[in-house]
Each structure stands twice: as structure tokens, then as C-alpha cells.
Design a protein around this ligand. Structure first.
Ligand SMILES: *Cc1c(COP(=O)(O)O)cnc(C)c1O
Length: 356
């Protein structure tokens, strides 16, 4: 498929703050990629247009039945002035697996990557250059058919938007405070927890607000059946260093298969660490805080890469982890992964994809 390009006539006119004021998710670039799907015809009209509003019928099925999937990845300004992506084929693969679960059409991975590169290169002046900043990429697919009634739509819209984002830790790498939810759950066996679909996130806002009001940064989710096993933290996967064992809960349908999680596991085994995917109960975590066998705890995800946890609240009681300090291993993973992303370190796994 040919991608047609209509350039914006207002390039250079959108607000763009200094890198230090970027924050996360506040600004978008000059262009977007769009493509439509129609049953019987497949994907068609792949195009880059000036960034702007979508026109959708109020009966578009996405608004009523949440047939939607999305991804989140970043483009990095490399040491030598180029632009790199980090394992984008994994995001594309995951978007297609999310789409299958939501009965939505899959995307051709080559076309997806071609559209992504073309869009980023067109908007390359938006890739911020300061330490820790990046260009966030949000590919999204929605059911655009106007029809009420619960069934898979016959028309879809795929779009990619971009926006510069600031360093996650502008004041330096710092530990977070976590609130364990033993009442509300994020995902149950047989549901869509392993899918990046919008409904999963709307459902977490209520308890996320409760946690924030109590002074915690993120919610730790337990399993839906027994409220016993740790699953994830906010929109990140979770790791524990217990003595010298690195533990993360196994994927099993309720946990989002994070690409950062997979990268940490691969690095840990390359470094000869004892890294295991096994169920870990909240009691084991709390016991580890008390006895000191829990040396470090950190969350993983594209936005923050590695987010060390300094404190955990369970049943109204606060427990410190690593005395609220940043663990050595958390720092090592952070430095290694960001080093590969920004082209400062060797890339033995071939994770970095240079696009410019
Ligand atoms: C996106 C996401 C993650 C992290 O995935 P990455 O690929 O590492 O960014 C973890 N948990 C949830 C619920 C997510 O939505």
C-alpha cells in the first residue's frame, strides 16, 4: 500500500515548551497517520495528514462497546544525532494479539513499521534532545462503524499520534510509594487483562484516585480470586529481589506482557542472575520487608523504564523497602536499558532499531 502524505501548512506554529517543561502526554506533533478498514475490502487509504480532530458518528461502536486497542512506545534521540526505536516489532506483535482478542482486524507488521518510520521522520524536529526525553508514540485502533448493538464492527480506524515527553525523573531517579488494593481488582482469569484495551484503564481510576488521596503514587494489584498473589503495579509490571533471587509473577492471562519486563528478564539471565517467573504472595512480600530479605522492588514499563518502590502500604500499614533508597540492581537495569535505547551502550540483543 502507498502511504499518501499531506503536509501541514502550519509547521512550527504549535506550542512547544522547553524540554524541562514537557511532562507526559501533553503535547502532540504536526502530523498523524490514519488508515481505514472495511469488511470485505481490508485496510485501505493509509495516509499522513496534518494533526487534527477526527470526525466520528456518535453511534461509532468504540464509544458504546469499547472495541479499542492501543500501544505505547518511544523514539529516542541517539548519541550520534540519529533516531532509534526500541523493539518496535514487539509492540506491533502485541497490538495484533490485542486486536485478535477484541475481534478486530490485524495490521500488516511491515506496513505498520513503514507508517511509523515515515511519520516520525516527517516530524523529526519534534524528537526532544535533552537527557531522558523522548518522542512518545501512541498507535490506536477503534471500531468506527456507526451501529448500536453488541457485535464486532465492520469498520475500523487505525491511527498513530506522536508527542514529545519529558524525562520521567527530572529531579533524578526516585522511589515511589505503592498502595495495595485488596478490594478492587484489575483483571480476572478469562478476561482481557493481557490486552492493551481502553476499558482496562478506565476501570482502575477509582482506586487510583483513592491511593493518590492517601498520598501513594501507584496501586499494586492482587489476583482477582484470592486477593493473595501480586500481579502488577499501576500500568507496569513488577519485580522483587529476594536475597539473590529476582522474581516476577508469571504471565497467565491477567498480566500485561510488558516489553520492558521481557528485556529485564533477558538481561538478568545474560548477567547470570537467578531470575524466575513464579507466583509471589503479598504475605511473602510483607514478610520480606520485615525480615530484610526483600532487597529491592521495582516496576517496569515504557514510560519510566524502571521505577523503584520505596514504600508499600498493605491493610493500612506502611512498610519500607531498601530503606526507601534506590537499589543497586534497579539502577543497573535502568542504566543498561536506557543506555541501549539512547545508543550509549552496546546492543547485544539487537533491540535498537535505527530509523534515521
Ligand atoms: C503497557 C503496560 C505495561 C508495560 O508494558 P511495556 O511494554 O513494558 O511498556 C504493564 N502493565 C500494563 C497494565 C500496561 O498497560
Amino acid at each position: 500500500m502507498e502511504i499518501t502524505v499531506t503536509k501541514s501548512t502550519t509547521v512550527g506554529q504549535k506550542p512547544r515548551p522547553q524540554d524541562a517543561e514537557l511532562g507526559f502526554g501533553k503535547y502532540t506533533t504536526d502530523h498523524m497517520f490514519l488508515m481505514n478498514y472495511t469488511d470485505g475490502k481490508g485496510w485501505h487509504d493509509g495516509r499522513i495528514e496534518p494533526y487534527g480532530f477526527l470526525r466520528l458518528d456518535p453511534a461509532a461502536m468504540v464509544f458504546h462497546y469499547s472495541q479499542e486497542v492501543f500501544e505505547g512506545l518511544k523514539a529516542y534521540y541517539l548519541e550520534d544525532g540519529g533516531i532509534g526505536l526500541f523493539r518496535p516489532e514487539k509492540n506491533i506483535e502485541r497490538m495484533n494479539s490485542s486486536a485478535r482478542r477484541m475481534v478486530m482486524p490485524e495490521l500488516d507488521p511491515d506496513l505498520f513499521l513503514r507508517a511509523l518510520k515515515r511519520l516520525i521522520i516527517l516530524d523529526r524536529q519534534w524528537v526532544p534532545q535533552s537527557e531522558g526525553t523522548s518522542l512518545y508514540i501512541r498507535p490506536t485502533m477503534i471500531a468506527s462503524e456507526a451501529a448500536l448493538g453488541v457485535r464486532p464492527a465492520k469498520e475500523y480506524l487505525f491511527f498513530i499520534i506522536l508527542g514529545p515527553v519529558g524525562a520521567y525523573y527530572p529531579a533524578g531517579f526516585s522511589p515511589t510509594k505503592i498502595y495495595v488494593s485488596d478490594k478492587y481488582v484489575r483483571a480476572a482469569q478469562g478476561g482481557v487483562g493481557e490486552t492493551k484495551t481502553s476499558g482496562n484503564y478506565g476501570a482502575t481510576l477509582y482506586v487510583q484516585r483513592e491511593a493518590s488521596q492517601k498520598g501513594y503514587n501507584q496501586v499494586l494489584w492482587l489476583d482477582a480470586i484470592e486477593r493473595k498473589y501480586v500481579e502488577e503495579v499501576g500500568t507496569s509490571n513488577i519485580f522483587f529481589l529476594i536475597n539473590d533471587e529476582l522474581v516476577t509473577p508469571p504471565l497467565g492471562g491477567t498480566i500485561l506482557p510488558g516489553i520492558t519486563r521481557d528485556s529485564v528478564l533477558q538481561l538478568a539471565s545474560r548477567w547470570g542472575m537467578n531470575a524466575v517467573e513464579r507466583p509471589i504472595s503479598i504475605e511473602e512480600v510483607i514478610e520480606g520487608c520485615k525480615s530484610g530479605s526483600l532487597k529491592e522492588m521495582f516496576a517496569t514499563g515504557t514510560a519510566a523504564v524502571i521505577s523503584p518502590v520505596g514504600l508499600i502500604c498493605y491493610k493500612g500499614e506502611d512498610f519500607n523497602i531498601a530503606e526507601g533508597q534506590i537499589g543497586e540492581l534497579s539502577k543497573k537495569f535502568y542504566d543498561e536499558i536506557t543506555g541501549i535505547q539512547y545508543g550509549r551502550r552496546e546492543d547485544p540483543f539487537g533491540w535498537r532499531l535505527r530509523i534515521a
